[in-house]
Design a protein around this ligand. Structure first.
Ligand SMILES: NC(=O)c1ccc[n+]([C@@H]2O[C@H](COP(=O)([O-])OP(=O)(O)OC[C@H]3O[C@@H](n4cnc5c(N)ncnc54)[C@H](O)[C@@H]3O)[C@@H](O)[C@H]2O)c1
Ligand SMILES: O=C(O)C(=O)C[C@@H](O)[C@H](O)[C@H](O)COP(=O)(O)O
Ligand SMILES: [Zn+2]
Length: 347
C-alpha cells in the first residue's frame, strides 16, 4: 500500500472511522453494503457516521459483476456524487473488490475506504488494492490496482458472521502461514478452529500481506506468492459457480487449490511428502472434500488458461519448497493439473 493508506485493526472501529472522517472534508459520504451487511453491520456504525447516503447490493459472488457495478455507478451519479466524495465499502471481499473498483473508476477515481466485515476480507481482501469483478466466468477478470484511502478493520463485525464464512476466511490465514511463516503454521494447528484468537490472526495475516503488497503493489514478482492455491482454486471456484447449486465459497476453493498445488509442490519444488501429508490431512479435516467428476476436471483445467499469472500460454503457479517458503512463476503442464485434481479425489 502507499504511505498514505491508513491501516488500523481494532475491535470496535466505529469511533475511529468517525474521527477519520471528521479529520477530512469530503463533499459526500456514500456507504455501500450488501443485503447481509446492511442488516448486521451497518447498525454498528449508523449512529457514529456523519450524514451520508447508502446503497445496498444483493449479497454473494454471483453478483460480483459489471451489471452490479453499473447500478452502483448509477447511484453515485444520481446522488450528484463529485470527485471530492468518499465511498465506504462495508462488507466482505465481494463488496470490497466491487465497491473499490466502482470508486476507483467513477469519474476516474474517488477516495474509498475498506471496512471489511468477513474474516476473509479482514485478513486478505481489504489490504493491497486488488479491485475488480468476475467476467464471462473468470474470476476478477476485469479490475484495477488502486489503494484505498484507509483500511479500518473492526473485528467486532465477526460476531454475526456465519461459521462457514469464518472457516472460508481461515483458508487465507493458512495460505499466509504456508507461504511466509513456518512457525505460525505449526502454532495454528495446535489450536482448535473454534478457539482461534481472531484478532491476533487478523494482525498476523495483515502484517504478512501488507508487507508483501507494499514491496510489490502491482504483482510484478513477490506478490504472486499471495496467489498460492489460487491457480487451481480459482478454476474450481469458477467452474462450480457456473453450476449454481454446487457453488462453494472462495476460501473453500482455495483449500482445494492448496491441496492440489501442495501435491504439485512435492513433484516439482521439493516439498517433503511428510509436510504435504500434514497439510492435506488438516485441510481435508477443516473443509471436507469437494466431489469432482472426470467431466468436472476436464472443464476446470482449461479455465486456468486465463489465470493472470500466466505468460505466453503457459500456466504459471506458486509452489511450496517447505511450509513458510514458496516460489512463484512455476510452470504447470495441464496434464499435471489434471493429475493433481484426480489425486485430490482419491485423497
Ligand atoms: N482483493 C483481494 O486481494 C482479495 C483477496 C481475497 C479474496 N478476494 C475476493 O473476496 C471475495 C470473497 O470474500 P468473502 O469471503 O468476504 O465473501 P462475501 O463478500 O461474499 O461475504 C460472505 C458472506 O457473508 C456475508 N457477510 C459479510 N459480513 C458479514 C457479517 N459481519 N455478518 C454476517 N454476514 C456477513 C455477506 O453478505 C456474504 O453473504 C471473492 O470474490 C474473492 O475473489 C479478494
Ligand atoms: O492480493 C493478492 O495478490 C492475492 O492474490 C490475494 C488472493 O487471496 C485474492 O483471492 C486475489 O483476489 C486473487 O487475485 P487474482 O489476481 O488471482 O484474481
Ligand atoms: Zn484469495
Amino acid at each position: 500500500m502507499t504511505q498514505t493508506t491508513t491501516l488500523l485493526i481494532q475491535e470496535n472501529i466505529g469511533p475511529t472511522l468517525a474521527q477519520w472522517l471528521a479529520d477530512r472534508s469530503y463533499s459526500k459520504i456514500a456507504v455501500l453494503t450488501d443485503t447481509n451487511t446492511q442488516r448486521d453491520c451497518y447498525p454498528l456504525l449508523a449512529e457514529v457516521l456523519p450524514p451520508h447516503v447508502t446503497y445496498t447490493v444483493p449479497a454473494g459472488e454471483q453478483h460480483k459483476h459489471l451489471a452490479t457495478c453499473q447500478q452502483i455507478w448509477h447511484f453515485l451519479t444520481e446522488q450528484q456524487f463529485d470527485r471530492h466524495g468518499v465511498v465506504l465499502n462495508l462488507g466482505g471481499g465481494v463488496m470490497g473488490d466491487m465497491g473499490g473498483f466502482c470508486a476507483a473508476t467513477y469519474k476516474r477515481g474517488v477516495d474509498f475506504v475498506q471496512l471489511p466485515t468477513t474474516l476473509l476480507a479482514q485478513v486478505d481482501a481489504s489490504v493491497g488494492g486488488k479491485l475488480g469483478v468476475d467476467f464471462e466466468g473468470y474470476k476478477n477478470h476485469v479490475g484495477v490496482f488502486a489503494q484505498p484511502a484507509a483500511v479500518l478493520i473492526g473485528t467486532d463485525f465477526l460476531r454475526t458472521l456465519p461459521t462457514r464464512e469464518l472457516r472460508s476466511g481461515f483458508a487465507e490465514v493458512i495460505k499466509h502461514c504456508l507461504i511466509a511463516d513456518a512457525q505460525q503454521w505449526e502454532a495454528l494447528r495446535q489450536v482448535p478452529f473454534a478457539q482461534q484468537d481472531w484478532l491476533a490472526l487478523v494482525e498476523h495475516s495483515v502484517a504478512i500481506k501488507s508487507g508483501i503488497t507494499e514491496r510489490d503493489p502491482k504483482e510484478k514478482g513477490e506478490r504472486k506468492l499471495l496467489n498460492f492455491g489460487h491457480t487451481v482454486g480459482h478454476a474450481v471456484e469458477s467452474w462450480l459457480l457456473a453450476h449454481p447449486d454446487r457453488a462453494i465459497l472462495h476460501g473453500e476453493a482455495i483449500a482445494v487449490g492448496m491441496i492440489c498445488e501442495g501435491y504439485l509442490s512435492v513433484q516439482q519444488s521439493g516439498l517433503s511428502e511428510a509436510d504435504f501429508r500434514t497439510m492435506q490431512t488438516w485441510l481435508l479435516d477443516l473443509y471436507g472434500k469437494v466431489t469432482l467428476s472426470a467431466d468436472d476436471i476436464a472443464g476446470i483445467v482449461p479455465l486456468a488458461r486465463q489465470d493472470k499469472k500466466n505468460r505466453d500460454g503457459i500456466i504459471r503457479s506458486v509452489l511450496l519448497e517447505a511450509p513458510g517458503r514458496a516460489r512463484y512463476d512455476q510452470s504447470i503442464a495441464e496434464t499435471a493439473m489434471v493429475e493433481a485434481l484426480a489425486y485430490y479425489q482419491t485423497a
